[in-house]
Design a protein around this ligand. Structure first.
Ligand SMILES: NC(=O)C1=CN([C@@H]2O[C@H](COP(=O)(O)OP(=O)(O)OC[C@H]3O[C@@H](n4cnc5c(N)ncnc54)[C@H](OP(=O)(O)O)[C@@H]3O)[C@@H](O)[C@H]2O)C=CC1
Ligand SMILES: Nc1nc(=O)c2c([nH]1)NC[C@@H]1CN(c3ccc(C(=O)N[C@@H](CCC(=O)O)C(=O)O)cc3)C=[N+]21
Length: 284
């Protein structure tokens, strides 16, 4: 079998076109502010792509770029200002943050109604308790791609590689809510290849270039590669050894062009959702 390659870029484009249409019909432009501290190169790519996509879809979007030595107090004061600004519907503070700033304190300072990353403990708690709230963009994008790939979720054995607050854990919650049987594996897991081999749906989010080898993948599995790593040659490479996975998987996302573009499209989707909810407008 040769895997179908899931075209995340095309799916994201369609999603953004739908958002643009909905925004064009609104009497206001949803406002998004991205706060970037310092010059983490990975954040650079993300912020550039996001700005372009947000503008094209009709959002009122801006990036606030502060120097690497910015204090936590200065950042918290900026967040308080954005929380209070009625023109701002979504706030995203780009991670990672420099070491003098506590990420937890910053995440908790964002108004949960404007938390378009879905990282605030209130939104994480809502997701875990199956209440409506803002859902983290990357796992939300993965769910879109699984549907696009025609995955049958109820009863499927899903394995999530990685348990971070921003990808692995919310991924677990979304797959569980979709009635998958979910296993989460991590750096203390005893036999990683054996756990992965049981997966009908495998979501890799570890940040280790090509950690997942071909023989970790069950025949006919759907493989979603969240990893974005920089290879020795400077090119982007995922957490899955793509060429080895191709003959075994039924479908697989490439890197780039898989999950990354979906993260941005879902950020915009969340911003529109937040804008409507803040004005007590219906979601559709
Ligand atoms: N496509 C996109 O839009 C996005 C991509 N990413 C990418 O996804 C990847 C993961 O990101 P993120 O979740 O933030 O990463 P973190 O570093 O926060 O978490 C990594 C997780 O993987 C586990 N892990 C790390 N190494 C191993 C290993 N050798 N074996 C088993 N488990 C391991 C860790 O285990 P433990 O908990 O035990 O330490 C941890 O749970 C990165 O490549 C990142 O760049 C991230 C966000 C968005
Ligand atoms: N508060 C916060 N929220 C995040 O969601 C967040 C973050 N901080 N910090 C960094 C990570 C990483 N991330 C990416 C999103 C999209 C691409 C992306 O668009 N990738 C494209 C293009 C990459 C390229 O061409 O270089 C692709 O994979 O095809 C990459 C990386 C979001 N993150």
């Amino acid at each position: 079998m040769t895997a179908t390659i899931i075209d995340g870029k095309a799916v994201a484009e369609r999603l953004r076109a739908g958002l643009a249409e909905r925004i064009a019909a609104l009497p206001f432009r949803p406002g998004l502010r991205v706060v970037r501290i310092g010059d983490d190169p990975a954040s650079g790519v993300y912020v550039r792509n996001k700005d372009r996509a947000a503008m094209a879809a009709g959002f009122d979007s801006a990036t606030i770029h502060l120097p690497a030595e910015t204090s936590e107090a200065t950042l918290l004061a900026l967040i308080a200002r954005l929380n209070a600004d009625p023109a701002v519907d979504g706030i995203l503070v780009q991670l990672p943050l420099p070491s003098q700033i506590r990420a937890d304190a910053v995440i908790a300072a964002v108004d949960p109604a404007k938390d378009v990353d879905g990282f605030h403990p209130i939104n994480a708690g809502r997701l875990a308790s199956r209440q409506p709230g803002l859902i983290p963009c990357t796992p939300k994008g993965v769910m879109h791609l699984l549907r696009e790939a025609g995955a049958t979720l109820p009863g499927a054995r899903a394995v999530v590689l990685g348990r971070s607050q921003i990808v692995g854990r919310p991924m677990l919650q979304l797959l569980l809510a979709a009635d998958c049987t979910v296993t989460v594996v991590h750096s203390r897991t005893r036999d990683l290849p054996a756990e992965c081999r049981r997966a009908e749906i495998l979501v890799a989010a570890v940040g280790q270039p090509a950690l997942v080898r071909g023989d970790w993948i069950a025949e006919g599995a759907i493989v979603i590669d969240v990893g974005i790593n920089r290879g020795a040659d400077g090119k982007l490479i995922g957490d899955v050894a793509f060429a080895e996975a191709l003959p075994r998987a039924a479908a697989i996302t490439p890197v780039p062009g898989g999950v990354g573009p979906m993260t941005i499209a879902c950020l915009l989707e969340n911003t529109l959702e937040a804008a409507l909810a803040r004005r007590s407008l219906p979601a559709e």
